[in-house]
Design a binder for this molecule. Structure first.
Ligand code: BTN
Length: 271
């Protein structure tokens, strides 16, 4: 059980000066909400300009969202569930931005956990694992801007949603996810963890794409492993050779052919 609650002051006091500049004190903690990513979208619709750099956190999500239409189980006071609204000043036309940001966020969460001596591995593309269980998921969503200054309209604002299971929920994980979900099982201060993730995220974004990908590869759970590739209409086994500089998964099929997978509609199961 976690006893400290998520709060703005505690997060602010652990942010680096650099991060504080980006967050601009727009930190909101909800006791309960459907999904912090959905709330971010609603807030952006109402007021696009003031919310860049906002951080929305929840103690509980009633409809936490995962990738590919899945849910993210977000029980009360067991984890951290937050969304960061990020405006891509430098790289607005980069079509690869969602995957780059997801990869940067995964590296940031890994680094933040490492500061507490927790050595998590990254499962392509958006999950972190500890002791073969998923302890973190990341969902990056692009938002169209309708700013009059940008023609044609393009995505330059991203909602980076991060969920980390800190402790096992008191009632345990639901049966459907019991085999896969885990927690870091630590009494670390969640406010400090949130701040460390953000500090690392903004730090990492100063690195080149290839530096970020190198770190991501270094901590990959899947490179050199045989995985089950799950696509909407087919499922097959393959060996993961590497992750390309663009963040695509390079796999070798059983017939020896090589394929590059984009994260869009693909998920992986460890075998
Ligand atoms: C996944 O496992 O596929 C991604 C999970 C992302 C969960 C986080 S929790 C905070 C934010 N709000 C959501 O509804 N989802 C993300």
């Amino acid at each position: 059980m976690i006893f400290e609650s998520l709060n703005k002051e505690a997060i602010l006091s652990n942010l680096s000066l650099e991060t504080k500049k980006h967050i601009c004190e727009n930190i909101v903690v909800y006791e309960t909400i459907d999904s912090t990513n959905e709330e971010a979208k609603r807030l952006l619709k109402k007021n696009q300009n003031t919310l860049f750099g906002a951080l929305l956190l929840a103690e509980h999500q009633s409809a936490g969202k995962g990738r590919l239409g899945r849910t993210f189980y977000s029980p009360k006071s067991s984890g951290i569930y937050f969304s960061f609204i990020y405006k891509n000043h430098t790289n607005a036309k980069n079509e690869n931005a969602p995957i780059t940001l997801t990869i940067a966020a995964a590296v940031a969460v890994r680094r933040a956990l490492q500061a507490f001596n927790i050595n998590a591995k990254i499962k392509w593309v958006n999950d972190l694992y500890l002791n073969e269980k998923k302890i973190c998921g990341i969902l990056t969503e692009g938002v169209f801007t309708n700013s009059k200054n940008i023609q044609p309209a393009q995505i330059d604002t991203y909602i980076i949603g991060i969920g980390v299971n800190v402790v096992e929920p008191s009632e345990g994980f639901p049966t459907e996810i019991k085999h896969i979900a885990g927690s870091i099982k630590s009494n670390i201060d969640r406010n400090v963890l949130v701040a460390y993730i953000l500090n690392n995220f903004l730090d990492i974004l100063k690195c080149s794409n290839s530096e970020i990908i190198d770190e991501y590869r270094e901590h990959s759970l899947v490179i050199n492993k045989v995985v089950c590739v799950i696509k909407p209409n087919e499922t097959y086994e393959a060996k993961v050779l590497s992750i390309t500089d663009k963040g695509y998964l390079l796999i070798e099929l059983q017939d020896g052919s090589i394929e590059e997978l984009l994260s869009g509609e693909v998920s992986l199961k460890l075998v």
